[in-house]
Design a protein around this ligand. Sequence first.
Ligand SMILES: [Fe+2]
Length: 301
Amino acid sequence: MTKTVLSADAERQLLSDHVDLRIAAVEEGAADRNAIVELDPDHPGFRDAAYRARRNQIAQLALSYKPGEPIPDAPYTAEEHEVWRTIWNALKPAHQTFACAEYLAALERLRFEPDRIPQLRKVNERVHAISGFRLEPVAGLVQPRVFLENLAGGVFLCTQYIRHHSTPLYTPEPDVVHEIVGHGVTLASSRLAELNRLFGEAVKMTADSDALKRLSRVYWFTIEFGVLLEDGKVKAYGTGLLSSAGELAEMHKAELRSFDLDAASRQEYDPTHFQPILFCANSFDRMYQTLREYLTRWKAA
Ligand SMILES: [Fe+2]
């Protein structure tokens, strides 16, 4: 069997396409849902004037968006659709091997095309019909509290830009691939959508910043990086895993801990590496029941 040897650059690419900074950077992010992402000088798209103009154009769509109206389509280029195709080609087989059954069933319902970036408008229509959740475009990254509290009202704040075409397997910020392939699909499962709502409700009841940090960690180790057992095999239900072929391929190297949410709430993590520790439930049903009870108890406390 041949072993693929990755260059340092390729490894960096695979390491960085799963991170959801809204949860990882608790102290950063913008309080205002209309904040625009400023590209750092080391961003892959920094020197591409056409990409930056398109990012601004997509941000403008979000700024002028009125909740409840149809989401305007983003002007993706042929190059960007090609980025989607590359990612999809890597993710499709990875999903068949590593995604849990609940996710695969939800994925079927959304019927993505292999060579076109799905438009939020279409994904939103399908998700809303299934779980009542609405995807709403935002210009950039918002603070965890803003992002999580919106879940309580069945609203998922969603970026619409796609990563730069020069690095199809790397993005320094959550893009439309993470949003749609990760969160959009899981919100097309009524049980996972319910857990998202409960997270939002729990955050709304949480004024203390240490408590918010604990709750954010539980979100990280479940909604973002959750795994469970199916027929004795480890399968993913976390959006950070399911939107990254690299992360899925490395999942088996993680130390699996029992599904103890108090322990998860105390567990630090490093978003810049593959996750070395994952909390694994014995089944989807067990994960759903345990997390549901935990969040319900949190609200009542
Ligand atoms: Fe995420």
